[in-house]
Design a protein around this ligand. Structure first.
Ligand SMILES: Cc1cc2nc3c(=O)[nH]c(=O)nc-3n(C[C@H](O)[C@H](O)[C@H](O)COP(=O)(O)OP(=O)(O)OC[C@H]3O[C@@H](n4cnc5c(N)ncnc54)[C@H](O)[C@@H]3O)c2cc1C
Length: 385
């Protein structure tokens, strides 16, 4: 048996193995279901095992730290708060750390390649593209390859990516140079679904120029609003009005297999210094500008939250995170059908959307039948008694 990640399929696709390989033998490619996974150049691999050692998918022995503090948080700069997904706390932290000599490795959308990509910000201007969540898997390798372990970096990523990064910086004894931020993560949808969605939208708006997933035109609570600018026009498509991407993503219809089967990072399980998220729930139910949850796991993380200039309100995590997922999402009954259709070039996003609409109707009917059954059963019991 080899010690490397050779033959690893359906992993988190975090890409850290690809940059850890000293011989540069690991490519990160999109697999048949539309998720990143490593391909190793077997011929030249010496089986040193480093790629596997830093891989969070292959190692389950996490040493999660206890939460230090949890806060409702938002940027004091109204334009930042308005343009970020929730309170804009990740932007405030990034800007603060840039000022302290860090470089920031976070995510932007590349409309040429239709993908989210990690990139490195050196100035506050560079940071603008990092604002807002891109609800697709990010390609990290090019940015990670520019990281010099002897300099200071803030890295923002999914919890599974941050877990591999934590292993890597520990292994290379560079923890002091890094601040890691992850987020409460719902899961990552297939790139094949995103490609179909973009093909469908492009017919209307022309070649896509920019995409932003979260917009507060009608408030934070209704901010699942994709704004897509094309050559011909700009559209806004709301989850609540049947946006096809959001409906497929938020119904867990085509997430990465590892999100259903292998995610160990729900709720407060994090290897980051700081975890962020949307403070949905009762605490801020009347706020329409947006509030982030910010959770600190290290003293450095907690100090940064206090120094970065954002507004902080300490609160119990269970109140702030009452609506966050505590366990992995479940595959819906139509999962295999959806994945099969994703493989086919001739199937459209509309067809996939119809499947989940039918599923929702069936579930509604089943719930109604169950209610009727209970009412009838109770009435019969009363008669019998
Ligand atoms: C795939 C995905 C799933 C998420 N699931 C949840 C959830 O279940 N619950 C919840 O409360 N919050 C979730 N979030 C986080 C949430 O969308 C906000 O990022 C969070 O509320 C913080 O808001 P903000 O205003 O500070 O930051 P934002 O303006 O949203 O900035 C977020 C930061 O994350 C980086 N980023 C954006 N897209 C990605 C990406 N694809 N991969 C890695 N980093 C990225 C940005 O560059 C930025 O630094 C998810 C985010 C993503 C990308």
């Amino acid at each position: 048996m080899n010690k490397s990640v050779i033959g690893t399929h359906d992993c988190f696709g975090c890409g850290v193995c690809s940059v850890a390989c000293k011989k540069n033998l690991i490519d990160l490619t999109v697999n048949k279901d539309g998720f990143y996974e490593p391909i190793v150049n077997i011929e030249n691999c010496t089986d040193c095992g480093l790629c596997s050692e830093i891989c969070s998918f292959k190692h389950h022995e996490d040493s999660f730290r206890p939460v230090i503090s949890a806060y409702g948080a938002w940027s004091e700069d109204p334009s930042v708060r308005q343009s970020c997904s929730s309170g804009g706390v990740s932007y405030d932290i990034s800007r603060y750390l840039l000022g302290k000599g860090y470089k920031v490795c976070s995510v932007r959308y590349n409309a040429e390649t239709n993908r989210a990509e990690h990139y490195i910000s050196y100035t506050a201007d560079d940071l603008n593209e990092s604002k807002g969540s891109k609800y697709i898997q990010s390609y990290p390798v090019d940015a990670f390859k520019c990281i010099d372990l002897n300099e200071k970096y803030l890295v923002v990523g999914t919890p599974c990516m941050i877990s591999s990064l934590r292993r890597a910086i520990k292994k290379f004894r560079r923890e002091d140079n890094f601040i890691l931020i992850d987020f409460f993560c719902h899961g990552i949808p297939s790139k094949l679904m995103w490609d179909k969605y973009i093909r469908y939208i492009s017919k209307d708006v022309g070649r896509i120029q920019s995409v932003s997933w979260r917009n507060k035109f009608s408030g934070w609570h209704n901010s699942w609003a994709l704004k897509i600018t094309g050559e011909k026009k700009e559209i806004t498509s709301y989850w609540t009005n049947g946006d096809k991407f959001f409906n497929l993503f938020l119904s867990d219809s085509c997430l990465n297999k590892a999100c259903y089967d292998n995610c160990r990072f729900k709720y407060d399980n994090s290897l980051a210094d700081i975890r962020i998220g949307d403070a949905w729930g009762k605490c801020y139910q009347d706020d329409e500008k947006g509030v982030s949850i910010a959770v600190s796991y290290t003293d450095r993380g907690d100090a940064i939250l206090h120094e970065c200039g954002c507004h902080l309100e300490p609160r119990p995590l269970e109140d702030l995170a009452e609506q966050q997922m505590k366990v992995c999402p479940q595959r819906p009954g139509s999962y295999d059908k959806i994945i099969k259709l994703l493989h086919r070039d001739d199937s459209t996003i509309t067809r996939l959307y119809r499947i989940i609409q039918q599923r929702k109707k069936r579930e509604k009917l089943r719930r109604r039948m169950r209610r009727i059954f209970h009412v009838v059963a109770n009435a019969m019991l009363k008669i019998i008694r």
